[in-house]
Design a protein around this ligand. Structure first.
Ligand SMILES: [Zn+2]
Ligand SMILES: [Zn+2]
Length: 260
């Protein structure tokens, strides 16, 4: 399995970190974990084809995690050369409860975007799956498991493939469900939005993340979804994590790559 971080940041872009996006390759299966602003451009710059994506796993519907889903859905109606595609490959989209209403509201029932339905017929090449808590989905040798996150109805995902595993938290406050989902995972990709003294909203700081890592005991933790306030202060995050549990710590930037 291969992980490439496309967007390791928040809604406020920095030179190193932009809105959420994580590309995972598992054999023939190509997954996009969240699809925030700039993800398509990051894929282009790394020569990753959006036409070859098997599935998008959305964790929740905040703009920094979903905004590029609209250009992606429209793009799939074309060929890589930019000509109309008569038989686009199917794109599966997984997301929490509300996924169908989300696209229904912003595409089908939106007079400005509804041409993506009426003209491009995006539904003919897209399948939508609202994941159930602890739902398990298997395709192409991948076993996908979802669990509730603590963040506006969001979910976290676990991917098992070929004897290795990865968990992606999306946005979340400390969540026992996530710890359960991630127990013993090889790679834990977890958000750490703010330093402890500046924590805002349903997120975790380095202090909570250290506790999570000690409970999960992963081989590697990839820290993502960092707000700009972390820039230049990442060493504090790493030292707090290292005091809690010894494992490989990777503070993600756009383009961070890992083979699992
Ligand atoms: Zn969020
Ligand atoms: Zn976010």
């Amino acid at each position: 399995m291969r992980l490439i971080v496309l967007g390791a940041g928040s809604i406020v872009p920095t030179p190193y970190r932009f809105g959420s996006g994580h590309y995972v390759e598992a054999g023939e299966i190509k997954l996009l974990l969240d699809c925030g602003p700039g993800v398509l451009e990051k894929m282009r710059s790394l020569s990753l084809s959006p036409f070859k994506l098997t599935a998008v796993l959305l964790t929740h519907f905040h703009i920094d995690h979903v905004s590029d889903i609209f250009p992606l859905l429209k793009l799939r109606a074309f060929t890589p050369e930019g000509l109309p595609n008569r038989s686009p490959d199917e794109l599966r989209i997984f997301g929490p409860r509300g996924l169908k209403r989300f696209l229904g509201t912003l595409i089908d029932n939106n007079e400005f975007f509804s041409y993506v339905k009426t003209l491009m017929r995006y539904e003919s090449y897209t399948s939508l799956e609202e994941v159930e808590p602890w739902g398990v989905y298997e395709f192409g040798g991948v076993r996908l498991t979802s669990a509730p996150a603590k963040h506006d109805g969001g979910v976290a995902y676990r991917i098992d493939f070929g004897g290795v595993s990865l968990v992606y938290s999306g946005d979340t406050a400390y969540s026992e469900d996530l710890v359960k989902l991630a127990k013993g995972v090889d790679v834990l990709v977890h958000e750490c939005s703010f330093p402890h003294e500046r924590i805002v909203g349903q997120h975790v700081s380095e202090v909570e993340l250290a506790r999570i890592v000690a409970q999960v005991r992963p081989e590697t933790v990839v820290v993502t979804h960092l707000y700009p306030i972390w820039e230049g202060e990442e060493h504090k995050l790493v030292s707090t994590l290292e005091q809690s549990y010894r494992c490989r710590v990777v503070v993600a930037r756009n383009g961070t790559e890992l083979t699992i």
